[in-house]
Write a protein that binds this ligand. Structure first.
Ligand SMILES: Nc1ncnc2c1ncn2[C@@H]1O[C@H](COP(=O)(O)OP(=O)(O)O)[C@@H](O)[C@H]1O
Ligand SMILES: [Mg+2]
Length: 372
């Protein structure tokens, strides 16, 4: 999904809705959540993104109160919540597997949290209907969950979370059990509702395209720690470390020799010699790995000054509809993936031909090999 509607204007940076401060949780010897601190602005949509087992669900469970903190504190609107039971926290939660009560009607499922809180029957009925309308299923109140599709059940789960008018909503991989076709539709729908009511949202996924398309900011997690918390474009273009660079999108990883000068990092591989500002060269040493995305590389005429990334031989073409990837074996040993928009590269750069390679150095990053 490529949402072209403008992002909501953020409230002042100090308008913090959720504040996670130095939170840790271990299971035996596993540090599932390891000293995590995140501040989320009111109305912001923040995604926790990372591979399976990196601690996303554990962090959500700590916020919701299903698990106890070991260190740190969590604040909602400035109030510490670690002493509160889950139902005292005013947080809506949506799980991956819908988790609707099968024996209850849809309306009773949606109204469950209100009955638990002692809201009157008439007020419950009114708010249930309002929540069903919000998720565009106003006629479904009398049905049982099994009579609904997966996508509809997940909308009901969302209505059930929103009906209590929570200060915060948590969603744990809510669309991963839903058909791929329907998933895009559900994403648009969630974003519409989230913007409409302006609710602070923590969304968990291991799907980077879902994260990039929905989020105001993304926290990339690995091994219980937040590796980077940034806006999607920043995350993609300015990764903080090699894990983030490799985890988000496709990227060329190129080993270089490093011989720094006073004001810049100088990277060498064969006859290629690159100068990068030190601010984008993280760490130091005599070896480094250069990270550059395929779309920051371009095929040019070999031997020209434009070919700042050397020259090589086209080993393969990968046609992808909107672009062609050229796999180029560089004379200096680098194996490069170059992304050319359109389809012209299929004819212009046949397999076996020689090409020069130009790199947009403003889009290249250096990390120490193996550094997290
Ligand atoms: N109840 C538990 N008991 C023991 N280990 C757990 C428990 N819950 C999670 N873990 C471990 O904590 C780590 C993080 O798990 P989890 O938060 O579920 O990751 P994610 O949701 O990112 O896939 C994993 O190593 C997992 O095996
Ligand atoms: Mg999980």
């Amino acid at each position: 999904m490529n949402d072209s509607t403008p992002a909501p204007v953020h409230a002042a940076a100090d308008d913090v809705s959720l504040s996670i401060e130095g939170v840790t949780r271990t299971f035996g010897t596993t540090r599932a959540v390891d000293d995590v601190s995140i501040r989320v602005r009111r109305g912001e949509f923040v995604t926790l993104l990372g591979p399976s087992g990196c601690g996303k669900t554990t962090l959500l469970n700590l916020i919701a109160g299903f698990l106890a903190l070991e260190t740190g504190e969590i604040f909602i609107d400035g109030q510490p919540i670690s002493g509160l039971a889950p139902h005292e926290r005013n947080i809506g939660v949506v799980f991956q597997n819908y988790a609707l009560f099968p024996h209850m009607t849809v309306a009773d499922n949606v109204g469950f949290g209100l009955r638990m809180r002692g809201v009157s029957k008439a007020e419950t009925a009114r708010r249930v209907q309002e929540a069903l309308e919000m998720v565009r299923l106003p006629q479904m109140g009398d049905r049982r969950p099994r009579q609904l599709s997966g996508g509809q059940q997940q909308r009901i789960a969302l209505a059930r979370a929103l009906v209590i008018h929570p200060q915060l909503i948590l969603l744990d991989e809510p669309f991963s059990a839903i058909d791929k076709n329907l998933r895009a539709e559900m994403q648009v729908e969630l974003k519409r509702i989230q913007r409409q009511i302006g609710i602070t949202t923590i969304f968990v996924t291991h799907d980077q395209s879902e994260a990039l398309s929905l989020s105001d900011r993304i926290a990339v997690m690995a091994q219980g720690r937040v590796q980077q918390l940034s806006e999607p474009t920043e995350l993609y273009r300015r990764p903080a470390n090699s894990f983030v660079a490799s985890f988000i999108g496709e990227i060329n990883r190129l080993v270089c020799e490093r011989r720094d000068e006073a004001d810049c990092a100088v990277l060498c591989a064969g006859d290629v010699r690159l100068r990068l500002p030190l601010s984008r060269a993280i760490g130091s040493g005599t070896q480094a790995t250069l990270y550059v995305r395929p779309e920051a590389l371009r095929a040019v005429e070999a031997g020209t000054p434009e070919a700042n990334f050397g020259a090589g031989r086209v080993e393969a073409q990968v046609y992808q509809g909107t672009h062609v990837d050229l796999i180029v074996q560089g004379d200096n040993g680098w194996l490069l993936r170059i992304r050319e928009p359109g389809f012209e590269a299929l004819e212009r750069h046949p397999v076996g031909s020689r090409v020069g390679v130009h790199a947009e150095l403003a889009e290249a990053h250096v990390f120490q090999p193996g550094a997290a």
